[in-house]
Design a protein around this ligand. Structure first.
Ligand code: SN0
Length: 323
């Protein structure tokens, strides 16, 4: 693997899943790959799971790791080319990334969308700028439009919980429903775009996206998915319910007023095929999902977050083994 910015950097999803399950079963068996290697992590936005699971993944591989919260721990970075830097920005992104990539063998990068200019976000201007300046392979720690480490962890989780074995033909497809859910803020489309991009390519999954009108994702990510607008109808017989809020793609970054009806409750989970509840976290309790769901055995959000270690470890392993 040369980089990890989307599912398209993965040659064979099933093979990568197989490697992840092997790594999870024996997490300290690949330390030769990480020995004397350094993983650098740069965050332009907040993080809990991505940051800590990537550090843990590096440790499992016996790699060294450093983390920088850009702006907060460093000089204030200037992003604009040609800027006359006589104001508040102290260091240009050009030198910063060239220097940081000289200090590591893989560079993980987190950038969120601004949710103002759709073209700027969907062209991944910020992420691609960093990628272009880096002298080492880059790994997305969530970019403006995608979160592939999360989607890969979700795939590991769904495979484990449904008993899927890579390489095997499954008799019955697993029904995965991604549902839009309410939220007080304008959130990116990165997590749902990425989840849709991965799961529409998994042939043992029957994948549905359900959302209120006006919240359709960019069709290039949901191509191959069943699109529904009736949440209760979509949830029928679901094996996995993946809840997430996102702002509108069409009316870019906007939140179209919606009532609370889309919250995931136990009543709704009862419509499923004893379905498991998933969320990438952080989650707003009793807005996105009711306590009764999150606090029950129906919820597998902690298993999902745990698998973030193994998605990151597998990706670092696949990149470092070629170095
Ligand atoms: C981010 C998102 O992309 O939706 C990160 C998810 C991994 N989530 C948030 O920004 C939630 C913030 C909030 O106010 O609840």
């Amino acid at each position: 693997m040369k980089q990890f910015t989307s599912v398209y950097d993965v040659e064979n999803i099933d093979e990568l899943l197989k490697t992840a399950l092997e790594i999870k079963a024996n997490p300290f068996a690949q330390q030769e790959v990480g020995k004397n290697k350094t993983i650098g992590l740069i965050f332009f936005n907040p993080s809990l799971r991505t940051r800590l699971s990537s550090i843990k993944a590096a440790y499992n591989l016996s790699a060294n790791v450093w983390v920088l919260n850009a702006g907060a721990d460093s000089w204030t970075l200037e992003m604009a080319d040609g800027a006359v830097m006589n104001g508040d920005t102290q260091e240009h992104i050009t030198e910063a990334i060239k220097v940081m990539s000289a200090y590591c063998d893989v560079l993980g990068v987190r950038t969120f969308p601004k949710l103002v200019d759709r073209d700027e976000d969907y062209n991944e201007v910020m992420f691609n700028k960093v990628k272009g300046l880096s002298s080492v392979p880059v790994v997305s720690l969530e970019s403006a439009t995608l979160h592939p480490l999360q989607s890969f962890a979700d795939l590991i989780t769904i495979a484990e919980k449904s008993g899927y074995t890579p390489g095997e033909k499954s008799a019955k497809k697993v029904k995965v429903v991604m549902t839009w859910a309410p939220h007080p803020k304008r959130l990116p489309q990165a997590v749902p775009n990425s989840f849709a991009q991965w799961f529409s390519k998994v042939d043992w999954v029957d994948f549905t996206v359900v959302q209120p009108k006006g919240y359709e994702l960019d069709a290039k990510f949901t191509d191959g998915a069943t699109i529904e607008y009736d949440q209760e109808e979509a949830l029928k017989d679901a094996d996995f319910v993946y809840a997430k809020n996102w702002s509108s793609y069409e009316n870019y970054g906007e939140v179209i007023p919606q009532d609370k009806d889309w919250q995931v409750t136990m009543e709704k989970m009862d419509l499923t095929n004893k379905g498991k509840f998933m969320h990438c976290l952080p989650v707003r309790r009793n807005v996105v999902v009711a306590d009764e769901v999150l606090d029950s055995d129906t919820s597998i959000v902690i298993d999902e977050a745990t698998n973030r270690i193994f998605s990151a470890q597998t990706v670092f392993h696949e990149i470092l083994k070629n170095k």
